[in-house]
Write a protein that binds this ligand. Structure first.
Ligand code: G6P
Length: 634
C-alpha cells in the first residue's frame, strides 16, 4: 500500500510531488509527507526540508503552501498505516539521526524488529513505530565509513549504500532515498512492489503508479524486481539485484492512462458507476465483433496452445475481485462445464489444495498489484515448476485492469479488462469488466468443449450485446430510485443481502460495497442459508435486500424472502416486476433477462444504493476510512 513519488529536475519539486501524490491518494490517505533537497549556492552542502501531516493530502498541501519546501530534488509519500498509527510521527519521509537522509517506502520490511534492535544497541534513537525508519539509519551506517575517510559525497556513494541496505532488508518494498549531501542524486529501489520511472523533459520522476507521472511525461521505464536506480539530472543508471548495470528501452504510456477527473459527478464512485454502460459497450466492441464463428464466439488474445488440455480451473483473488471470480466460476462450471474453484489468495498461499494436473490458474486483480494475489500466483507457479511432470506444469492467466502492472511481469497471459482508471476505492466498473472477462472465457470454453449447443452460445452472446443499453437505462433509473430509498437507512445498523446461484456473489458484493463506504454492518448470504443462523438477526430494524431473478432458483428465493418478511424484516427486492415480487416492501426493478446475464445488471442497484446511503450520511465515499484501493502489503 502507500504511494510514493520522487523527482529530480530543474523546477521546484514540491508542487510536482503534491500533484503526483494527489494521483496516488487512492493507495492510502492516513498521512502524507515530502522531503526536498536544496543545493545552497556556492556551497557543496544541501538543505533537506521535511514536511509531514496526519490525515489526507490536503493537510500536507496547506502546510507546504504556508511553509516552503525548496529544492529541485524531492520525495513524497501518501500512507496507508501498517506499522504504527496514522500519526504525524509515523508519516513518511523518515530520516536518520542527522536529519540529512530521508526515505519513503511502500511495502513491509519484515525483519525490521531485528534491525531496530541492532541499531538501538548501537545507540540509534527511533522516533516512530514504523518498519521504514530502520532504512535511513541503515543507510547512514553504510555511509559512515565514506564520511570518515573524508571521501566526497556522490550519487554513486549513495547508490552503493542503498544497494547494501537492500540486501539487509527482508520483505517486499519500493523506496526512494535522498541525501542532503548529494542534491543531484535520487536513489530508488523496488523489490516485489511497483515503481515506475518517468523520463520527463529535463527531469526524471519515479512513482508507485503511472497516474502520478502522466501529467509530466508519457515515457516510462517500469522497474523490475530487485532493481535499484540512480537518477541524476543527466540520466538514469539502472542495476539489477546482483549489481549489474541494465539497459532497457523506455516505453510509452497508453492513451487510456489519463489524469483522473471527476467530470461533473459529486464523487468518483458515482462517475464510475455511470461509466458502466460504456465499459460494457467497449467490451462488446472488442470481444464480440460481428461475424465470429460459433465455435470461437469471443475475440480473445490467446492461441490454441493456451486452451489445449485444460481440465480444471482455479481462481485466486481478493475482495471485490473474488466476487467477480465467483460469478466466473459459476459460468465456467455451469455454462461451460469446466470444474472451477475460487480461493481467497491470502488463504491459498498457506493452504493450497494438493496439485491437480492440467490446471489453469487465474489471478484476478483490478490493480494487478495486490500482494496476496501476486504471492499466491508466484507460489503456485513455483510448486508446479518443482513438480517436474509436464501435466502439472504451471499455466497462468491474469485478469486485470492494469496490463502494465506487476501482475503482467509474473504471469505469461494477460486479459486486459480495459475499464479505464478507477479512482473510487470501492470497485464498481472494474467489477463489471471482470465479470465480462469471465463471460468471454466461459463462452469460449463452452464452444471449444461443445458443452453447450450453438443456440445456447448464440443466445448468451446476443444477451451480452444487449447489456450496454440495459445498463444505460438501469443506471439512470436506479440512481434516482436509490437516492429516494437511501433515507430509509438513516439509522440502520445491519443489512442482510440475499442471493442464490449466479447472484449469490452479487449479494456478497452488495454487502461489501455497503460495509466499505457506509460503515453499516452488512452480510451477504446464499438465500437458502438464511434459516440456518442469520434469520435470528431479523427484526423490523434490519432491511433484507433480496436478489430474485427468474430462473432455476426464482421461486426458492421468493420463499426465502417470505421467511424474512414473516420476521417483520423490511424487504427490498432486486427483481423484475413479475408475479411473486409483490411481496417486497420496495422493489428495485430489473428487466427480465436470462439468469445467466442477470449479475451484470443486478449489481447496479447494489452499487447505487450503497453509494447513496453513504453520500446521505455525508461520508467520504471515494476514500473510506482504513481502506486503500491497492493493497500491496500482505
Ligand atoms: C482492496 C480494495 C478492494 C479490492 C481489493 C482487491 O481491498 O479496497 O476494493 O477489491 O483490494 O484489489 P485488486 O486490485 O486485487 O482487485
Amino acid at each position: 500500500m502507500c504511494g510514493i513519488v520522487a523527482v529530480i529536475g530543474s523546477r521546484e519539486a514540491a508542487p510536482l510531488l503534491l500533484e503526483g501524490l494527489r494521483q496516488l491518494e487512492y493507495r492510502g490517505y492516513d498521512s502524507a509527507g515530502l522531503a526536498t533537497v536544496k543545493s545552497l549556492e556556492g556551497e557543496d552542502v544541501g538543505t533537506l526540508t521535511c514536511k509531514r501531516a496526519k490525515g489526507k493530502l490536503k493537510n500536507l498541501s496547506s502546510l507546504v503552501s504556508n511553509q516552503a519546501a525548496p529544492g529541485h530534488l524531492g520525495i513524497g509519500h501518501t500512507r496507508w498505516a501498517t506499522h504504527g498509527k496514522p500519526e504525524e510521527c509515523n508519516a513518511h519521509p523518515h530520516r536518520d539521526s542527522s536529519g540529512r537522509i530521508a526515505v519513503v517506502q511502500n511495502g513491509i520490511i519484515e525483519n525490521h524488529r531485528a534491525l531496530r534492535k541492532e541499531l538501538e544497541a548501537a545507540g540509534v534513537i527511533f522516533t516512530s513505530e514504523t518498519d521504514t525508519e530502520v532504512i535511513p539509519h541503515l543507510i547512514a551506517r553504510e555511509l559512515k565509513p565514506f564520511l570518515i575517510r573524508g571521501a566526497s559525497a556522490s550519487g554513486a556513494v549513495l547508490l552503493e549504500a542503498v544497494q547494501k541496505v537492500s540486501k539487509q532488508l527482508k520483505g517486499a518494498f519500493a523506496l526512494a532515498v535522498v541525501w542532503a549531501d548529494t542534491p543531484d542524486a535520487l536513489v530508488v529501489a523496488s523489490r516485489q512492489a511497483p515503481l515506475v520511472i518517468g523520463l520527463g523533459e529535463g527531469e526524471f520522476l519515479c512513482a508507485s503508479d503511472t497516474p502520478a507521472l502522466v501529467g509530466f511525461t508519457r515515457t516510462i521505464l517500469p522497474m523490475e524486481d530487485g532493481e535499484v536506480a540512480l537518477l541524476t539530472p543527466l540520466g538514469i543508471e539502472l542495476y539489477n539485484a546482483k549489481g549489474t548495470r541494465q539497459q532497457r528501452i523506455p516505453s510509452l504510456l497508453r492513451g487510456g492512462d489519463h489524469l483522473v477527473d471527476k467530470r461533473n459527478f459529486r464523487h468518483f464512485m458515482l462517475k464510475e458507476i455511470h461509466e458502466q454502460p460504456e465499459t460494457a459497450e467497449l467490451w462488446v466492441e472488442r470481444h464480440l465483433p460481428a461475424g465470429l464463428p460459433v465455435e470461437s464466439p469471443v475475440a480473445l488474445p490467446f492461441d490454441e496452445s493456451f486452451y489445449s488440455g485444460i481440465e480444471r480451473i482455479q481462481i485466486l483473488a481478493c475482495g471485490t475481485s473474488r466476487h467477480s471470480a465467483m460469478v466466473g466460476a459459476y459460468l465456467l462450471e455451469q455454462f461451460a462445464g469446466v470444474p472451477t474453484s475460487v480461493f481467497y489468495a491470502s488463504e491459498f498461499r498457506y493452504a493450497a489444495p494438493p496439485l491437480a494436473p492440467n490446471t489453469l490458474t487465474i489471478g484476478v486483480t483490478q490493480s494487478g498489484e495486490t500482494a496476496d494475489t501476486l504471492a499466491a500466483l508466484r507460489m503456485e507457479a513455483q510448486r508446479r515448476d518443482e513438480h517436474g511432470d509436464p501435466a502439472f506444469a504451471s499455466r497462468q492467466l491474469g485478469v486485470t485492469n492494469r496490463p502494465e502492472s506487476s501482475l503482467s511481469r509474473l504471469v505469461p497471459n494477460i486479459l486486459d479488462i480495459g475499464a479505464g482508471i478507477e479512482v473510487g476505492v470501492a470497485a464498481t466498473k472494474t467489477f463489471l469488466a471482470q465479470m465480462l472477462a469471465f463471460y468471454g472465457l466461459a463462452l469460449t470454453f463452452a464452444a471449444r468443449r461443445k458443452s453447450r449447443s450453438s443456440d445456447e452460445i448464440r443466445e448468451l452472446t446476443e444477451g451480452l450485446r444487449s447489456v450496454p443499453n440495459q445498463l444505460r437505462t438501469l443506471v439512470q433509473t436506479h440512481d434516482e430510485l436509490s437516492e429516494s430509498l437511501a433515507h430509509r437507512f438513516a439509522d440502520t445498523q445491519d443489512v442482510i443481502f440475499l442471493g442464490r446461484g449466479i447472484n449469490y456473489p452479487i449479494a456478497l458484493e452488495g454487502a461489501l460495497k455497503l460495509k466499505e463506504i457506509s460503515y453499516i454492518h452488512a452480510e451477504g448470504y446464499p438465500a437458502g442459508e438464511m434459516k440456518h443462523g442469520p434469520i435470528a438477526l431479523l427484526d423490523p430494524r434490519v432491511p433484507v435486500i433480496s436478489i430474485a431473478m427468474p430462473g432455476v432458483v426464482f421461486e426458492k428465493v421468493l420463499s426465502n424472502a417470505q421467511e424474512a418478511k414473516a420476521r417483520d424484516a423490511q424487504l427490498i427486492g432486486v427483481a423484475p416486476e413479475a408475479p411473486g415480487t409483490e411481496i417486497f416492501d420496495a422493489l428495485m426493478p430489473l428487466p427480465e433477462v436470462s439468469e445467466w446475464i442477470s449479475p451484470l445488471l443486478s449489481v447496479v442497484p447494489m452499487q447505487l444504493l450503497s453509494y447513496h446511503i453513504a453520500a446521505h450520511r455525508g461520508l467520504d465515499v471515494d476514500q473510506p476510512r482504513n481502506l486503500a484501493k491497492s493493497v500491496t502489503v500482505e
